[in-house]
Design a protein around this ligand. Structure first.
Ligand SMILES: [Zn+2]
Length: 390
């Protein structure tokens, strides 16, 4: 029992989380599972569920929680590595190696190619869109993050179209990549980023960069050019919380209510509900934004846009509950609460994959062995292990 303490604890956590399980995706406005879409997990994703789920969970951390998650696990694993039996030198090496595990996982979450879940829309006439995505044309976009790569990233996750919204660089649209890349931009004006949906000619942003009354004039200019204006997160929530009625009066077309960038994930759900209520009252769009800059393999949000409609009802924002709760959870306990939330949002096929891995690893570690011998499966543990060197 003591040998398998970690395995037993993980198994119990999996079953306990299943009792209080959450859906893998929800309609962000209603909080209920969307009736018109499902999250499809490919076989490779399920096979590697412990890794897939952990890397997803690490991707959907707000900035503060990401730091707390990393620091806590580095410290905990370093201490656990250091207090285990062994010579002083072995303890130091073990502490360093174990402390590196969360760092390696964080790098993998950002860079490693892997199978990813995709949204499958069940409603005819609905398109799966992203309203906010960057390429290498943005100053903070990943180098080599070309239009082709951003389109392939979206296609893998079930998107049929994405607005390319590089910083202050209007994009004209393209049909040549894996999905339709729609025309857009993201303008930085007075303490606010405005996502532009539609083709616009470059123009001087200075008149919109002095104060709030000047800034909201941008919406009318965008309308003159036939484009829509969406207020981006986290800026309107951080800098303009008291100005949102001015945004509406000046003609803003909508608000982002979920944006996957680490700073924007800190948006608390009470504030999200206020913005949803405001948009509903004025029949404005609410949107979800991957805001991808080329780092990370998974989006936390999709949009189901219904053809032939407009305003509040024309777009369903579908998000991962892990991302939606970031603004409500304290940073201090991120190391545990993120994993607990991850366990609550996984499906039964993922749970079975976890349990299979736990059992396999326990069997591998299981047979009692002489000091200095390596573990192995069953009889192999004793017959072909390296020779005892002690
Ligand atoms: Zn952006």
């Amino acid at each position: 029992m003591r040998r398998h303490l970690l395995a037993v604890a993980l198994g119990l956590a999996l079953f306990a989380a299943a009792v209080v399980s959450l859906p893998g995706i929800v309609d962000v406005v209603t909080g209920a599972p969307p009736g018109d879409a499902v999250l499809a997990r490919p076989a490779g994703y399920l096979l590697l569920a412990p890794l897939s789920n952990t890397l997803d969970a690490m991707t959907f951390l707000s900035l503060d929680r990401a730091l707390a998650f990393l620091v806590t696990w580095v410290l905990v694993l370093a201490v656990l590595g250091a207090i285990r039996r062994g010579t002083a030198w072995r303890r130091v090496v073990r502490a360093v190696l174990w402390a590196l595990v969360p760092v390696v996982l964080a790098v993998a979450a950002v860079l490693m190619p892997r199978p990813v879940p995709r949204l499958a829309a069940a409603q005819p006439g609905a398109s799966v869109l992203d309203f906010h995505a960057h390429t290498e044309a943005s100053h903070d976009g990943r180098r080599g993050w070309s239009l082709e790569r951003v389109a392939a990233w979206h296609a893998r996750q079930g998107f049929q179209g994405a607005y390319i919204t590089d910083h202050n660089r209007p994009f004209a649209g393209s049909n040549e990549a894996a999905i339709r890349l729609l025309p857009g931009a993201e303008f930085s004006v007075y303490r606010q980023h405005v996502v532009v949906l539609g083709a616009v000619a470059p123009f001087d942003l200075a008149p919109y960069s002095r104060d709030t009354p000047g800034m909201v004039e941008l919406f009318a200019e965008l309308h003159r050019q036939g484009a829509f204006a969406i207020a981006s997160l986290p800026e309107y929530w951080r800098n303009h919380r008291a100005d949102l009625d001015q945004f509406v009066a000046a003609g803003v077309d909508g608000f982002e209510i979920l944006n996957c960038s680490p700073k924007a994930l800190a948006f608390p759900s009470a504030d999200r509900d206020d913005v949803i209520a405001l948009a509903r009252r004025h029949d404005l769009l609410v949107t979800g934004a991957s805001d991808t800059h080329g780092w990370g393999r998974v989006t936390c949000v999709w949009n189901l846009t219904i053809a032939g409609t407009h305003g509040f009802a024309s777009n369903h924002v579908v998000g991962r509950p892990l991302a939606l709760q970031q603004g409500d959870l304290p940073a201090i306990d991120a190391a545990w609460s993120q994993l607990w939330l991850m366990f609550r949002t996984i499906s039964w096929p993922e749970r079975i994959s976890w349990l299979t891995w736990i059992v396999l690893i326990s069997i591998w570690r299981g047979p009692p062995r002489r000091k200095g011998r390596w573990p192995g499966f069953g009889i192999l543990a004793r017959s072909v292990g390296p020779r005892d060197t002690t």
